[in-house]
Design a protein around this ligand. Structure first.
Ligand SMILES: [Zn+2]
Length: 498
């Protein structure tokens, strides 16, 4: 697990960041999505310049007002569609492996190239992972589900259709529980999950400077789970926390690495705004191209402000159903394409694959194999008397939580163990760019260190010195104390002799 995940923090920006802060520009990779022919292209300059004056004015004025002030009398409705790339050894319907960053077209075969006459064979691990995630999301499982063909043409989709699940997804009606960070006021939230379905990924187009593009089919046929949320979130922060919890879940379950930068976790967000009290939803705008939780938070809050301002200026007709891209460099969303009605995917049942039939035994075996999930962990840590801040930090990363649990099981007081892990150990990991799995200090020795300070053998100051020795070189507390003669003298008589 990347050390960065250990220090995940969502930067809040209730003050809209200056839309023209080009100095912050980061050229991250643009998302490649499945459905759109234009989704994989960076918006053309004319497109950005072609924004009408209302939008220009809007983007400038929202940079100066806090969101709460702009939102007075309005509420935002946010729903998220997330694609999670599964870390199975082989693809969904063939035996090709998939490695992120491989040379183009090196992990392909006639099946994932969509050559005529080939037949797909379902990778059973995909079903296993889908059931795992569905159970973790508290979903109802479909004992019989099926695959469908979703037809659309795009050069990175060699078959001309994507194998997906349409009317009978493998799971429906779930929910996800989470706690908002303390620095934003905390609070528990439950967000509904509409459905979870299995599907395959498309390939990737590599756009060249010239007048041509190249296709890389390594990713074609890689298994995905699509998780559709209910429109339950009301702010950028809630949406980003939902996505972060989903990432935590897939990592805890081991079904995906959840890396947003690699495209293993991609979120498409739908945002609409309506006056409080109005029953009908406002016009829905889709945002793409956010490759971090903090970008998600900022993009959504920007979009909420933009729409609310248009509402309050009597220009709600300017909000049109469209897909907008988050421009990280400009800290604003820009039109990518206007929606021209619903696409006709002409779904029909995939004739080359049998139905997916689950048995109770199969489901119960998976249920029993689930690890303790983040929500259960947080509640357990809370029962230990830890503060919400400690709880959120420790449960954020499964390896950190495991290290903490073992230290506690070895006799260390929960609060003292949490303090050492969140303080000096976390700082060491950050400085050395290490994960907690990579350090030489063991949970048992951390427990011994805490015990040695508690029983007065060594002082807290010496304890810190020993900790850094253990972190960098390993060994045992007892040995270091003996070798360096670090025992604290507490007997006044003995001190007098000195
Ligand atoms: Zn293949």
């Amino acid at each position: 697990m990347a050390s960065t995940s250990f220090f995940r923090g969502i930067r809040s920006n209730y003050w809209m960041a200056c839309p023209f802060s080009i100095s912050n520009r980061r050229c991250g990779p643009y998302f490649c999505t499945l459905q759109s022919s234009k989704a994989q292209t960076v918006p053309h300059k004319e497109n950005i310049q072609g924004q009408n004056k209302v939008q220009e004015r809007t983007s400038q004025s929202i940079s100066r007002k806090p969101l709460e002030q702009i939102m007075h009398g309005y509420e935002a409705i946010i729903g998220i569609e997330t694609h999670v790339q599964l870390s199975t050894t082989t693809k969904a319907f063939c035996s090709c492996p998939y490695f992120y960053g491989s040379r183009p077209n090196t992990n392909i075969c006639p099946v994932c190239m969509g050559l005529p006459g080939t037949l797909p064979v379902l990778n059973s691990k995909v079903v296993n992972f889908a059931v795992k995630l569905a159970l973790a999301l508290n979903c109802e499982l479909s004992m019989i589900s099926k695959f469908d063909r979703k037809q659309y043409f795009y050069p990175d989709l060699p078959k001309g259709y994507q194998i997906s699940q349409f009317d009978i997804p493998i799971a429906t009606k779930g929910f996800i529980d989470l706690d908002l960070p303390v620095e934003f006021g905390g609070g528990h939230r439950r967000f509904g999950i509409t459905r979870v379905h299995m599907e395959e990924d498309a390939g990737k187009l590599l756009h060249s400077e010239g007048s041509y593009s190249q296709v890389d089919l390594n990713r074609a046929g890689v298994p995905l789970l699509e998780i559709v949320s209910e429109p339950d979130m009301r702010s950028g922060l809630e949406a980003a926390e939902y996505a972060a919890e989903l990432q935590r879940l897939v990592r805890y379950l081991g079904v995906s690495n959840g890396n947003m930068q690699e495209g293993s976790l991609r979120c498409d967000v739908n945002v609409s705004v309506r006056p409080i009290g109005q029953v009908e939803f406002g016009t829905k705008v889709e945002i793409k191209n956010m490759n971090s939780f903090s970008a998600m938070n900022r993009a959504i809050d920007y979009e909420i402000s933009r729409q609310t301002l248009l509402h309050s200026q009597g220009q709600s007709d300017q909000i049109v159903q469209e897909t907008r891209l988050w421009e990280e460099g400009y800290q604003k969303t820009v039109t990518m394409r206007k929606k021209e009605g619903l696409a006709d995917y002409r779904y029909f049942p995939e004739p080359d694959l049998p139905e997916v039939v689950l048995t109770n035994d199969y489901i119960e075996n998976i249920r029993r194999s689930l690890p303790e999930l983040p929500e259960a962990k947080r509640r357990r840590y809370e029962m230990m008397g830890l503060s919400l801040q400690d709880v959120l930090f420790l449960a954020n990363d499964m390896s950190v939580a495991y290290f903490f649990d073992l230290t506690h099981e070895n006799g260390a007081d929960a609060k003292l163990a949490a303090n050492w892990i969140m303080g000096d150990i976390a700082a060491f990991l950050k400085n050395e760019h290490l994960t907690i799995d990579e350090i030489k200090l063991t949970p048992n020795e951390l427990a011994n260190l805490i015990a040695s300070i508690r029983d007065g053998t060594i002082s807290g100051k010496i304890g810190k010195e020993i900790l850094f020795e253990l972190l960098s070189k390993g060994g045992t507390v007892k040995k270091i104390i003996e070798e360096k003669n670090l025992v604290q003298i507490v007997d006044p008589g003995e001190i007098k002799q000195w």
